[in-house]
Write a protein that binds this ligand. Structure first.
Ligand SMILES: Nc1nc2c(ncn2[C@@H]2O[C@H](COP(=O)(O)OP(=O)(O)O)[C@@H](O)[C@H]2O)c(=O)[nH]1
Ligand SMILES: [Mg+2]
Length: 326
C-alpha cells in the first residue's frame, strides 16, 4: 500500500485510479488495504477547495465543470472531479454522456475525472465519495468539484462533505423557481442561473432576479454571508470567472474567521456517527437471527401491532445477547 500511496503523492493519475477503485470496493477483504492507504495519505489531505455542484438533470452541471475545470487548469491548478449520479448504475448512459461532455478536461494531465457509482446504501455512496475526495487531495488537487444530481438525498449528502455548494439552475422562470425546494436553496452558498446565452439570455436575466429575490428571504447558509445569485453560460464560458470569484471569496472569508475549520470538524463528526450507524445496521444484516427478527418486527410496525421504540429495542437486545458478541 505504501508504494501506491507514494505514487499517488507524486501525482500519478493511474495510481490515483487504482486507489479509488480500492476504496470503492465493496469486498470486505479490500477494506484493510483501503484503510491502510487512506491512513498513509491522510496527512496530505484537506488542502483543496471542496465544491459541490448541484442542480436538476440538464441544468448544465457537466458542461459547467468542463468549462470551469478547464479555466482552473489553465490557471495552473490541479483539479479533481467526482460525479455522483444515482441514475448511472441503472442506465450507464449519463456517465457516458458526461465523459464525452468532459472530454477535453479528462485529457488534461492536471485534471482527474471519476464517476462515483451509486448503489448500496446512501451512507455507502457518501463514504466512497468522501474517501475518493481525500485521495484526490493527496494526489495534489487544489480544487475538487463534485457533481450531484438534484434529486433525492444525494445532494444533501454532498452538501455535507463540501466547503462550498453551488446550485445551478436553468432559466425556466417562475415555474422553475417553485420546483426548487426551499431546503435545497438554503443549502446553497452560490446560486448560478446557467444558459445565459442566445435566446435564453433574457430569460436567464429574469430568473436571476427572481432567484435573488427568493434567496434574500431565506436564511443564508453562513450567517452574515449573503448568497450571491449570478448568471452564467457554461457553453460560452461567460460569467465563470465571476462564479469562481464568488466561490473563492466565500471560501476565504470562512477560512479567515475560523468557520471553515469548524465546518470540516462538524462534517468529520457527522461522518463518524453515520459510519457507526451503518456499522451497527450491517451487524444486524450479517446476523441471520437479528435480521429475521428485524424483518418480523418491521412487519408488525407496518401492521400497527407494535410500536417502533419497543420493536427497535428488541432488535438491539437481540444483537447484544447473541453468543458471538460475547
Ligand atoms: N444554451 C446553453 N446550453 C447549455 C449550457 N450548458 C449546458 N447546456 C446544454 O444543456 C444540456 C445538459 O447539459 P449537461 O451539462 O449534461 O447538464 P447536467 O445534466 O446538469 O450535467 C446539454 O445539451 C448542454 O449542451 C449553456 O450554458 N447554454
Ligand atoms: Mg451531468
Amino acid at each position: 500500500m505504501s508504494d501506491l500511496a507514494g505514487a499517488i503523492r507524486t501525482g500519478d493519475r493511474r495510481a490515483l485510479s487504482r486507489g479509488i477503485t480500492l476504496v470503492e470496493s465493496t469486498r470486505p477483504v479490500d477494506r484493510p488495504d483501503a484503510e491502510a492507504l487512506l491512513d498513509d495519505l491522510l496527512p496530505g489531505t484537506g488542502g483543496a477547495v471542496r465544491v459541490g455542484i448541484s442542480g436538476a438533470p440538464g441544468a448544465g452541471k457537466s458542461t459547467l465543470i468542463e468549462a470551469l475545470g478547464g479555466m482552473l487548469v489553465a490557471d495552473g491548478a490541479r483539479v479533481g472531479v467526482l460525479a455522483v449520479d444515482p441514475s448511472s448504475t441503472r442506465s450507464g448512459g449519463s456517465i457516458l454522456g458526461d465523459r464525452t461532455r468532459m472530454e477535453a478536461l479528462s485529457r488534461n494531465p492536471a485534471a482527474y475525472i471519476r464517476p462515483t457509482p451509486s448503489g448500496g446504501t446512501l451512507g455507502g455512496v457518501a463514504r466512497r465519495t468522501r474517501e475518493a475526495m481525500l485521495l484526490i487531495e493527496a494526489w495534489g488537487a487544489e480544487v475538487v468539484l463534485i457533481e450531484t444530481v438534484g434529486v433525492g438525498q444525494s445532494e444533501v449528502g454532498v452538501a455535507h462533505m463540501v466547503d462550498q455548494f453551488v446550485l445551478l439552475v436553468s432559466p425556466g422562470g417562475g415555474d422553475e423557481l417553485q420546483g426548487i425546494k426551499r431546503g435545497v436553496m438554503e443549502l446553497a452558498d452560490v446560486i448560478a442561473v446557467n444558459k445565459a446565452d442566445g435566446d435564453l439570455a433574457a430569460a436567464a436575466d429574469r430568473a436571476r432576479g427572481e432567484y435573488a429575490a427568493a434567496a434574500h428571504l431565506l436564511r443564508p447558509r453562513h450567517a452574515g454571508l449573503a448568497t450571491p445569485v449570478l448568471a452564467c453560460s457554461a457553453r460560452e464560458g461567460d460569467g465563470l470567472d465571476q462564479l469562481w470569484a464568488a466561490v473563492t471569496e466565500r471560501h476565504r472569508a470562512l477560512e479567515d474567521d475560523g468557520r471553515l475549520g469548524k465546518l470540516r470538524t462538524a462534517q468529520a463528526q457527522e461522518w463518524f456517527w453515520s459510519e457507526v450507524r451503518d456499522g451497527l445496521l450491517s451487524e444486524i444484516d450479517r446476523d441471520p437471527a437479528a435480521a429475521g427478527l428485524a424483518d418480523r418486527l418491521e412487519r408488525e410496525v407496518v401492521a400497527g401491532t407494535s410500536l417502533p421504540p419497543a420493536a427497535a429495542r428488541e432488535v438491539v437486545s437481540a444483537l447484544r445477547e447473541r453468543p458471538s458478541a460475547g
